[in-house]
Design a protein. Structure first.
Length: 281
């Protein structure tokens, strides 16, 4: 089917927002962010974060996975450290979010999609969340049409530490591993996924009794055309394996799930530019 989109509303840039040295704006393709050099005493030192996260100054970074119809944008940090997020207000009154530093660090700057439980939202504002014990932290509120405020960072944390129920369970994949000599050997990955983000892997080499056991937690970053993107930190003994992969859950009703490596360790030895297909046990 040939699709011919009409002229966009924001070809030269739409609504924009900034916090400290971070700016974000709406475009016809979704959202872009950029970073300015700043050493103001009123703001965090941009150079400290540039060295940590590897961004370049005055460079446009498009955000993947922005599928909504947006009307407003808001940028603010939350928590004790400077961790900036982009918040997007859709024309339906729902909220989407982008973890800027999390996406940059893990090689996949993408939208987290809708935050569950938010509707009839009309705007955003910064504030201090009081914990009831005399403490608190910098936060961002979504404000609905009745003036009620919702603390968004706490919802992001809850959503980030979860995996959809239809991805949870036990899975396996048969893989032929290639070696330098051109030969190959057969292996099986047994994968166990829990709804709280716990992932357990048994890497079995056929004809060898003792499997390699790997386990740890995954955190949701966002969604792209490859699927739901998760960053992971998994251990095999004292060896840490870090990286990012995408879960394609389109065929889970038919007992199939695809995992595509994005950055870091290629957990399931997928071919370059490829993926690994798992079947439900």
């Amino acid at each position: 089917m040939l699709v011919e989109p009409g002229p966009g509303d924001w070809a030269d840039g739409g609504p924009q927002a900034e916090d400290a040295f971070v700016s974000a704006w709406l475009t016809n393709d979704g959202v872009s962010v950029s970073f300015a050099k700043s050493q103001s005493r009123d703001f965090p030192d941009s150079e400290t974060y540039r060295r940590a996260y590897g961004f370049a100054y005055d460079t446009e970074y498009p955000v993947a996975g922005c599928y909504g119809d947006y009307q407003d944008i808001f940028v603010s940090a939350s928590g004790q450290d400077f961790c900036p997020y982009v918040f997007l207000l859709t024309t339906e009154g729902t909220v989407e979010y982008i973890d800027i530093f999390g996406g940059l660090w893990h090689g996949c700057l993408c939208s987290g999609g809708p935050l569950y439980g938010f509707r009839d939202i009309v705007g955003f504002e910064s504030g201090v969340y009081e914990d009831g014990f005399g403490g608190g932290y910098e936060t961002v509120y979504a404000v609905d049409k009745n003036g009620r405020k919702y603390d968004m960072p706490s919802c992001i944390t809850a959503q980030g530490n979860a995996i959809p129920s239809y991805a949870a369970g036990k899975w396996c994949a048969n893989v032929y591993h290639s070696v330098a000599s051109g030969a190959s050997y057969e292996g099986v990955y047994y994968l166990s996924i829990h709804e709280n983000g716990l992932v357990e892997i048994n890497d079995v080499i056929v004809s060898i009794d003792a499997p390699l056991q790997i386990a740890g937690y995954c955190t949701y970053l966002g969604t792209t055309e490859l699927g739901m993107v998760y960053q992971f930190g998994l251990y095999s003994g004292d060896q840490l394996r870090e990286g990012t992969f995408a879960l394609d859950l389109y065929n889970t009703d038919y007992g199939e799930m695809t995992i595509t490596p994005i950055s870091g360790v290629n957990l399931f030895d997928a071919p370059e530019g490829g993926y690994t297909v798992f079947t439900r046990l």
